[in-house]
Design a protein around this ligand. Sequence first.
Ligand SMILES: Nc1ncnc2c1ncn2[C@@H]1O[C@H](COP(=O)(O)OP(=O)(O)O)[C@@H](O)[C@H]1O
Ligand SMILES: Nc1ccn([C@@H]2O[C@H](COP(=O)(O)OP(=O)(O)O)[C@@H](O)[C@H]2O)c(=O)n1
Length: 205
Amino acid sequence: MIIAIDGPAASGKGTLSKQLAAHYRLPHLDTGLLYRGVALAMTIARQPLEDAALAEAAARNLKLDDLSDPRLRSAEMGGAASIVAAIPAVRAALLDFQRAFANQPAGAVLDGRDIGTVVAPHADAKLFVTATAEERARRRVRELRGRGAHADEAQILADIQARDARDGARSVAPLKAAPDARLLDTTNLDIDAAFRAAVALIDGA
Ligand SMILES: Nc1ncnc2c1ncn2[C@@H]1O[C@H](COP(=O)(O)OP(=O)(O)O)[C@@H](O)[C@H]1O
Ligand SMILES: Nc1ccn([C@@H]2O[C@H](COP(=O)(O)OP(=O)(O)O)[C@@H](O)[C@H]2O)c(=O)n1
């Protein structure tokens, strides 16, 4: 079974995908890490994030080992990822790996922005996970503070809104629900309730 989970920043995709992967005993890929990995490699090399040729090269050189770097999880890297993610050659360079992961015989859970629309349009179940921008900002602030990082709620909200706008407006694989995706609004659901709602949608699909 292939499960595609898409949605905007801090909607709970990653949390839900990990729970679903454990529940259905499937491997999981957080595809946002790939774009964060490209952005981190370019930042370390002091390269401009908008340079399409350098960004494509960074995407082609990305190694799985690079994806465990804790610096990938910072708020800055989320914004930087959405800049490189708007470059079509970067998306093309990362596509085969994601498709191969989705199509492995065991099946898989993938989360990102374009899983149900581009990476695995034939997925058995597609969820589009949302929550209001204010609630998503609160969640991200709690998460960052929990890790001991500084987090200003107004700034995080502005970053999330800017990222939603950039991800929704880009020409290639913009953030949008696949026509056959089921919507899951988690604004008023805690982590456990969101998981139960997701399983009900998937098992009923
Ligand atoms: N339904 C929920 N209610 C409250 N907090 C949540 C919920 N889902 C996720 N979270 C928390 O919100 C933060 C962002 O979740 P995450 O799964 O990383 O989102 P995404 O992968 O969409 O960016 C995490 O700290 C997570 O623990
Ligand atoms: N499948 C994907 C996954 C992420 N991305 C980009 O990568 C950025 C970071 O994604 P992420 O999933 O790690 O971010 P969060 O939702 O966890 O904040 C997003 O803002 C998108 O621009 C994408 O374009 N396509």
